[in-house]
Write a protein that binds this ligand. Structure first.
Ligand SMILES: *Cc1c(COP(=O)(O)O)cnc(C)c1O
Length: 805
């Protein structure tokens, strides 16, 4: 079923008339966007219901991907591409005197996530549908997404993201699928007439969870899966419990905001309630579906897989136990065996503050039945393994320790699979971070290197490069990104190298206009576009990047005639609102930008551009224009990274430490096509071991570091009295937790290497081409297929199965 341009136009006119009673010449982009949304929804509605019916009829095993964050960005173009009508719609709109891009501007960027974790969940949704896998997302419909970032006098200011203000075209409210979720109060077990124990609740609160479903379209395969996001309401039956407005608001606010920081105390109670809310609603709705299948509960794991994306949804485990025991009256032993077989867990970080723990008192108070079950999960774990393993090991791996519930421990012990997100990270989990658990359950540990939805990050974000690829290697790469490797055959083909370079140049011109429009800064598209885009965090070391920029600055001040390439250093990063140090770094970068961009001695040789409000939409504009990809976290700290993959796919050359998936990128492109620097993970750990690192010593022996750090505090860089001091203190007084000074010299050498490579145009173009050609390895299509085979044991819908290697 395809639509012609004329059919599309007629449909649009008809609907515009119905909805707004007007003609196209009078319609605003806003109105046309809404009409287009309804045309697109109508276009996939049959496939959506067919997909569901097919799964049901085939009694297919399905996966439910539970994630407290999803970061889809805009969906219009992605939906059009996946439906195969992007070109038809573009043409049709043009004939109606509308530019598709103007409608894209109307769409809100859906940002129900902070960064990599949420973006991964969204890439997986796209790939699960595109591979024809029966899978659903389960999360929270926050009224406000991640804050909007503005800079005022160089400081980050956070504004609310009212993404629902004009409605959300893509969602469908499913009133009839609402479920009740219970909070607080007291609970005790009462013996029933038949001798069974049943929980009795008192003074508890019931809230209603209403699902909003969003269609997730597979790539031109007639598959439409569902992302289900839950929103809180006060049930009509409970109205009288909420006497004051404040009382109501306290509960209605449950799904109001996404917490932009997992590490602060404020709002922790609400955060815990959010976790239980979407978990309970999701698990209940799965069980309701399973009941329809009329199968014995002991076979649940042959029909349902639940994936716990990081620890936030780990309450899936006690919630499933609760339902199986309290509602279906199964024994503990049977319930625990079913639960363990259904659940699987992904660990996303080794950063200590992200290994989630909840105070026992809080858990008991907010979720008393959950706490009872968790206590029993813990008690039985100890009882089962004591005597088998040494007592210290058991104590270290317990779920409840020192008055805290360790969510990761629960997720590992009561699931059948724990995976890391890149080879290095998974090894580190086994050998160091989760070693005790690896001793207990070696067979459960596995690696699934992250991936990216390549269609969005190449075809949609970079149409000009996509066209060159079509002309060079045919179109099969659009379906199967593995075929990008065909490009390797053209590494000596000057014509192809030139075409790719021209596409890059056009993308750089476009970004230069964006920069001019949004910041007023003029940058030359001839300069190297050097890009670091990711959340602002000390371990990601944006500050190391800045130290190098300041070195370049002083070199040029001393020697204005110095030869070399022009460079534009481009940043995009939000800092968590309570993360003072990260915000100080933003301020320092912005003030350095001010100084350098306006210094006549520098004369534009280097520029710093810090773009506001980094999000998926901005990423789509920056990435196609990047020459250099900065992946410079301290080795061992970045679990995988995914912007490294997006940038590589768009022909940027990576400058990187051997951290996360950078290691695997180096393995596929080879040492000649990436620039590696810095300590290795082994060196980092050896340094922790010997405990003899002295940042001060490095500083005292390095005149250039002295000059740079002094500039932060002596007024050379103006307006950063406080922030400059904070930065210098972190490095010298607190001994540089992330070894920036230790890696500085090696980083500078690597940057000089980048400069030399870029100066050899052909060599650079070849590197760029080989990065594109090898990026197919990091398609999330492949990643989710490995999850499907190894962890979820689900299969693609047969009629849509395509050959995979
Ligand atoms: C890909 C992406 C990230 C993750 O970036 P990393 O460099 O892997 O941390 C964060 N935010 C957005 C908007 C992204 O698109």
């Amino acid at each position: 079923m395809t639509m012609t341009v004329n059919e599309f136009k007629e449909e649009m006119k008809q609907r515009l008339k119905e909805k707004y009673a007007m003609d196209f010449k009078d319609a605003s982009p806003q109105e046309v966007f809404h009409v287009l949304g309804s045309v697109v929804k109508a276009y996939y509605s049959d496939a959506w219901s067919d997909t569901w019916k097919d799964y049901l009829r085939a009694e297919q095993k399905q996966v439910y991907y539970f994630s407290i964050e999803f970061l889809p960005g805009k969906m219009l173009k992605s939906n059009l591409l996946n439906l195969g009508i992007l070109e038809v719609v573009k043409e049709g709109l043009a004939e109606l005197d509308f530019d598709l891009e103007d409608l894209v501007d109307v769409e809100k960027d859906m940002a129900l996530g902070n960064g990599g974790l949420g973006r991964l969940a969204s890439c997986f949704m796209d790939s699960i549908a595109s591979c024809g896998l029966p899978g659903n997302g389960n999360g929270i419909r926050y009224d406000y997404g991640l804050f909007k970032q503005r800079f005022v006098d160089g400081y980050q200011v956070e504004l609310p993201d009212e993404w629902l203000r004009n409605g959300n075209t893509w969602e469908v409210r499913k009133e009839s699928k609402a479920v009740d979720v219970r909070f607080g109060g007291q609970v005790w077990m009462k013996e029933m007439a038949d001798g069974k124990l049943k929980p009795v609740y008192e003074n508890d609160r019931i809230l209603r969870a209403v699902p909003y479903d969003t269609a997730i379209l597979g790539y031109q395969n007639h598959i439409v899966n569902t992302l289900r996001l839950w929103s809180v309401e006060i049930p009509a039956s409970q109205e009288d419990q909420y006497r004051s407005i404040d009382d109501r608001r306290q509960f209605e606010d449950l799904t109001a905001v996404l917490y932009p920081d997992d590490s602060n105390e404020h709002g922790r109670r609400v955060r815990l309630a959010q976790e239980y809310f979407f978990v309970s609603a999701g698990v209940q709705s799965i069980m309701r579906y399973f009941k329809k299948l009329n199968k014995p509960l002991t076979l649940l794991n042959e029909y349902v897989a639940i994936h716990i994306n990081d620890t936030h949804p780990a309450l899936c485990i006690p919630e499933m136990m609760r339902i199986l025991m309290d509602d279906y009256e199964l024994s503990w032993e049977v319930a625990v065996s079913i639960t363990t077989k259904v659940m699987s867990y992904t660990n996303h970080t080794i950063m200590a503050e992200a290994l989630e723990k909840w105070p026992v008192e809080l858990m008991k108070d907010a979720l008393p039945r959950m706490y009872q079950i968790i206590e029993e999960l813990d008690r039985r774990f100890v009882a089962t393994y004591s005597g088998v393993w040494d007592a210290d090991l058991i104590q270290r791996t317990r779920i409840i320790q020192n008055g805290q519930v360790h969510m990761a421990h629960m997720a590992i012990i009561y699931s059948h699979s724990t995976n890391g997100v890149a080879k290095l990270h998974s090894d580190l989990l086994k050998e160091v971070v989760l070693h005790d658990f690896y001793v207990l359950f070696p067979e459960r540990f596995n690696n699934k290197t992250n991936g990216i939805a390549q269609r969005r990050w190449s075809q949609l974000a970079n149409p000009e490069m996509a066209e060159v690829l079509d002309e060079t290697i045919g179109k099969s790469w659009r379906q199967d990104s593995d075929d990008l490797k065909l490009l390797k055959n053209y590494v000596e083909d000057e014509a192809v190298l030139t075409k790719l370079a021209v596409a890059k140049q056009h993308n750089k011109q476009k970004l230069a206009s964006y920069i001019k429009e949004h910041t007023g800064i003029e940058v030359s598209p001839e300069a190297i576009f050097d890009v670091q885009i990711k959340r602002l965090h000390a371990y990601k070391r944006q500050l190391l990047n800045l130290l190098h920029i300041m070195k370049c600055y002083f070199d040029l001040k001393d020697n204005p005639q110095k030869e070399g390439n022009q460079r534009v250093f481009i940043f995009g990063a939000k800092a968590a609102p309570s993360y003072t140090y990260a915000k100080a770094i933003i301020k320092v970068i912005n003030e350095c930008a001010n100084l350098i961009n306006h210094d006549p001695d520098i004369n534009g040789r280097i520029k710093i551009v810090f773009l506001e409000n980094y999000n998926v939409t901005l990423a789509e504009q920056i990435i196609p224009a990047a020459d250099v990809s900065e992946q410079i976290s301290l080795a061992s700290k970045e679990a995988s990274g995914t912007s490294n993959m997006k940038l590589m796919l768009n022909g940027a050359v990576t400058i990187a430490t051997l951290d996360g998936a950078n290691v695997e990128i180096r393995d596929v492109v080879g040492d000649d096509n990436i620039v590696i620097f810095g300590m290795t993970e082994a060196e980092v750990y050896a340094c922790y071991e010997s405990n003899d690192y002295s940042a001060m010593k490095i500083y005292e022996e390095s005149p250039i570091l002295q000059r740079i750090l002094n500039a932060f505090v002596d007024g050379t860089v103006p307006n950063i009295q406080y922030e400059g001091q904070a930065v210098v203190d972190s490095l010298l007084k607190y001994n540089d937790e992330y070894f920036l000074l230790r890696d500085f010299a090696s980083y500078v050498a690597a940057q000089e290497q980048i400069d030399r490579l870029y100066s050899d145009k052909k060599r650079w173009q070849q590197m760029s081409l080989l990065n594109i050609a090898n990026a197919g390895r990091f398609s999330s299509d492949d990643t989710v297929m490995r999850y499907a085979e190894d962890i979820w044991q689900i299969e693609p819908v047969e009629k849509y199965t395509k050959k995979r290697t």
